[in-house]
Design a protein around this ligand. Sequence first.
Ligand SMILES: CC(C)(COP(=O)(O)OP(=O)(O)OC[C@H]1O[C@@H](n2cnc3c(N)ncnc32)[C@H](O)[C@@H]1OP(=O)(O)O)[C@@H](O)C(=O)NCCC(=O)NCCSC(=O)C[C@@](O)(CC(=O)O)C(=O)O
Ligand SMILES: [Mg+2]
Length: 292
Amino acid sequence: MNKHRAWLFVPGTNKRAMQKALTLDADVIIYDLEDAVEMGRKDVARQEVAEALQQQITSGQTRVVRINGATTPDYQQDLEAVAQAGCGGVMLPKTEDPAHIKQLDEYLNRVEKEKQLPPGHFKIVPQIETALGVHNSYDIARASKRVLHLAFGSVDYTADIQGEMTEEGWEVYYARAHLVNSSRAAGIRGPIDTVYIDIYNIEGLIRETERAKKMGFQGKLVIHPKQIGPVNAVYTPSEQEVTEARQIVEAFEQARSRGEAAIQLNGKMIDPPVVHKAMQVLKLYEQINKQT
Ligand SMILES: CC(C)(COP(=O)(O)OP(=O)(O)OC[C@H]1O[C@@H](n2cnc3c(N)ncnc32)[C@H](O)[C@@H]1OP(=O)(O)O)[C@@H](O)C(=O)NCCC(=O)NCCSC(=O)C[C@@](O)(CC(=O)O)C(=O)O
Ligand SMILES: [Mg+2]
């Protein structure tokens, strides 16, 4: 899963939207069996999602399924329905306990052997949506090699901490920073940011996405087709960023050949960490363009 900018949620009962998602620019599609599915329709959703996963796709998107939580009665049936070749990963909502990730990892190991899928085929995306989940996020990120990203859930989190949602996001600032730090300390990629529920407020969406990107997030969960383009744009390096990054790398290579490790370029100091960041920009740009 190289591209991971916009992750589109689609309710597991909405066949039309599941089909439409394959024609959209989301890098990842998340078929939801949890909160977007009414309690009495979990069986129907499982069946719809299992069928959708059997469909061969050519869009290059990764399909992930958000199953119900590890302590719910639906958990095991969800897993049995979705652990099949077309599913690239499992999102586990309200993850709080690293033991639940280990248990999921063992189950996926068995399925890969039984179905002769390559080891590590199924990724795990723990969704962190509670105070305890944030607190345990480092151990959760390290609980299995399958953990690709942590994903943040701010609506549940804000309710759990008894806060109030604000445009500035003060109530989730600590949780966001904690998830970035836990992810990087655990050696995995930066996390995927929470949904933005104000569908038609595109300016607000862009502001929030830019803020989270600057904090270290690597992509964002979205709920509506209108949100995909703006999120992809924020997470795609601009021409100007790419040009500047190339200039930094070139200038530094020349400096090194002269035996210098810190130089000035356009009035700014360039040293190894600045070059490291520039190389990250170039790598991301290459990854995105390789597949489009
Ligand atoms: C909100 C709404 C009902 C509006 O639908 P409407 O149909 O009224 O919208 P329209 O504008 O009319 O749609 C125009 C055209 O786009 C199509 N279209 C719309 N949405 C599409 C889509 N997602 N994928 C593909 N296609 C789509 C539609 O089918 C139509 O296609 P067509 O008929 O061909 O014209 C719809 O978007 C939707 O269901 N979103 C996903 C909801 C969901 O999954 N929630 C759970 C995950 S969040 C969560 O759980 C967060 C968290 O975990 C985190 C935390 O804690 O923070 C928590 O706890 O909160
Ligand atoms: Mg939630």
